[in-house]
Write a protein that binds this ligand. Structure first.
Ligand code: PGA
Length: 250
């Protein structure tokens, strides 16, 4: 079964309002007519609605960079799944390593967020990945495996099929140090095998994205690996031309 490729941008805490509007306009033009893969952008929260309006009727979908796991209430600064869905988000990223590092995200809260995403009919993209220290200590597989198991706890087989996992080695994020296609493939294969312990069918269907310094020049080789079904793109998603080139490389 061929899995549909997915190229997902992550603008993080970048762009002014005007830059965001220009970026989305340029991107929509650059990827027009590409309908055989999923193309996703994730602007900062304040720009979700205006970006959603520009994406209406296009081949580009909207993601949020994070969600809180409760629906509403006294949680200052938090944004819930239903709120994101109501402004047109289709996807939501969960437990990006920067959320784990700066905002106290754990495997347990990641799991609550995956469940909250499904409850709001959003597609979660669970992010996992090891630090440089963990890689050098030979702990990559153990760390990623624990993050996958923790993040997917209690998720149904049907949900597993629909969601995505992004493998992002922390040492490759924003550093220009990309994992080799072999290093990435090795971890992706392990993640798929881990999901297969729960459901072989879901493991075949689930899309696994690679993230960490993906650029137009290295995308095609990464995406040609058997278990890599696209990418989560940070820095290069801030330039329409580069992001479009990565989409075309997939
Ligand atoms: P990068 O970020 O492409 O800038 O390395 C990837 C990510 O954090 O999703």
């Amino acid at each position: 079964m061929a899995r549909r490729m997915c190229i997902a941008g992550n603008w993080k805490m970048n762009t002014s309002y005007h830059e965001a509007m220009e970026l989305v306009d340029a991107l929509v033009t650059d990827v027009m007519g590409i309908h055989d893969r999923d193309i996703v952008v994730a602007p900062p929260y304040p720009y979700l609605k205006p970006v959603a309006e520009k994406l209406a009727g296009t081949n580009v979908d909207l993601a949020a960079q994070e969600l809180f796991y409760e629906e509403k209430g006294a949680k200052t600064g938090a944004v819930s799944g239903p709120m994101l869905a109501s402004v047109g988000c289709k996807y939501v990223y969960v437990a990006h390593s920067e959320r784990r590092q700066f905002f106290g995200e754990t495997d347990e809260t990641a799991n609550l967020r995956v469940k909250a995403a499904f409850a709001a009919r959003l597609v979660p993209v669970l992010c996992v990945g090891e630090t440089l220290e963990e890689r050098e200590a030979g702990e990559t597989m153990a760390v990623v495996s624990r993050q996958v198991t923790g993040g997917l706890s209690g998720i149904s087989e049907a949900q597993l099929r629909d969601m995505l996992i992004a493998y992002e080695p922390i040492w490759a994020i924003g550093t220009g140090k990309v994992a080799t296609p072999e290093q990435a493939q090795e971890v992706h294969a392990m993640i798929r095998a881990k999901v297969a312990e729960r459901s072989p069918e879901a493991a075949k269907a689930m899309r696994l994205l690679y993230g960490g310094s993906v650029k137009p020049g290295n995308a095609a080789e990464l995406f040609s690996q058997e278990d890599i079904d696209g990418g989560l793109i940070g820095g290069a998603s801030l330039k329409a031309e580069d992001f479009a080139a990565i989409v075309k490389a997939s």
